[in-house]
Design a protein around this ligand. Structure first.
Ligand SMILES: Cc1ncc(COP(=O)(O)O)c(C=O)c1O
Length: 344
């Protein structure tokens, strides 16, 4: 029999019971739709407690929309977004940022998912040349797609580089909770205080059912965002049920507990996997993902019992993710199965 939980994705996990309860607790009576309700107001207050009172926050359904609409608010169609070639916006959003923001993405090769000032410098050219797109945004993913975490100085340096050149820093924070916990920072310290201008704030991978938000630290950028969100088909009519999810995550440190647990399980998985001959962990395990190079013939056998994604076919690298509901026993059982399968 297949185990109840796999290591395919933090999106494959269920909903945290406290989040489900929060949805249920706002399910009585009628309230005004489209975000003009007391539950959304309460969730916005919670965002402000965490990120500071000088922010604007807009709730959306999914991370692709948070990224795409956030970038749309930051760019004109003749401008460009510099990102890693592994960035979700570049590889996994079916061209939504290009279609809806209407601007070009400039991908940069990275070895560990992270942009650096040196690598960004190469893409920053053609300024003032009418034949070239004009770089306007640097977009980084925190946690990166490779499971690594930008250090505060790395983010600060990119922000400084951007701001000195009239550019902006966008952060795809689908896993911002995991990153903040990994760095030992508050949500504000991990974002706004490092110079991030716009954050895609993830809730879904942190235990929500489907709750993401665009957080603007520079209010000038969101003057038209109400219209951008509606035209972008991301204005929830029954918004209270999404807002309640954020209210739950941002209350009593649930966001932190969930992320800390997922990160801890990834460390345990790393520890167990390291004991297995012929399996090599390829990126530093800094949050809730483990990337391992495994013998090619073992992949299909492992996937029969545990579904997961192959990250790099050529190099036989696979991705294993932990979530808020991964248990120590899940990790140990999986590691035993990997050891057995690889040895066959
Ligand atoms: C780095 C990153 N950004 C954004 C997303 C959000 O995507 P979705 O549109 O599936 O919510 C994901 C989800 O897998 C992700 O891994």
């Amino acid at each position: 029999m297949k185990p109840a939980r796999s290591f395919a994705s933090d999106n494959n996990a269920g909903v945290h019971p406290k989040v489900l309860q929060a949805i249920s607790s706002v399910n009585h009576g009628h309230v005004v739709g489209y975000g003009d309700d007391p539950y959304t107001a309460a969730a916005v207050r919670k965002f402000k407690q965490h990120f500071g009172s000088d922010i604007e926050v807009f709730i959306v359904f999914n991370g692709t929309a948070a990224n795409t609409l956030g970038l749309k608010a930051m760019t004109e169609s003749y401008q460009a977004v510099i990102c890693s070639d592994a960035a979700h916006i570049y590889t996994d959003e079916c061209g939504a940022p290009e279609k809806f923001a209407g601007c070009k993405l400039l991908p940069i090769a990275t070895t560990d998912g992270k942009l650096t000032v040196d690598s960004v410098r190469h893409a920053y050219h053609g300024i003032g040349d009418q034949h070239h797109v004009q770089p306007r945004v640097i977009s980084i993913t925190q946690v990166t797609e490779m499971g690594t975490v930008y250090k505060p100085k790395e983010v600060r340096d990119l922000a400084r580089f951007a701001h000195q050149r009239n550019m902006l820093l966008h952060m795809d924070g689908a896993r911002i909770a995991n990153a903040a916990v990994s760095l030992g920072l508050t949500l504000r310290e991990a974002t706004c205080d490092l110079g991030v201008d716009v954050l895609s704030c993830g809730g879904t991978k942190n235990g929500a059912m489907g709750a993401e938000a665009v957080v603007f630290f520079d209010r000038k950028l969101c003057q038209d965002f109400l219209y951008v969100r509606k035209q972008g088909m991301q204005l929830a009519s029954k918004m209270r049920f999404i807002s309640a999810q954020f209210e739950a995550l941002l209350t009593g440190d649930l966001w932190k507990q969930n992320a800390a647990h997922a990160n801890r399980m990834a460390k345990l998985l790393q520890q167990e996997i390291r004991k297995i001959p012929r399996v090599k962990i390829v990126y530093d395990v800094e949050a809730n993902g483990v990337f391992a190079q495994i013998p090619r013939q073992a992949i299909a056998k492992l996937q029969k019992r545990y579904f997961f994604y192959v990250w790099n076919e050529e190099q036989s690298v696979v991705r294993w993710m932990c979530s808020f509901d991964t248990t120590e026993e899940d990790v140990k059982q999986f590691a035993r199965f990997v050891a057995q399968t690889v040895a066959e």
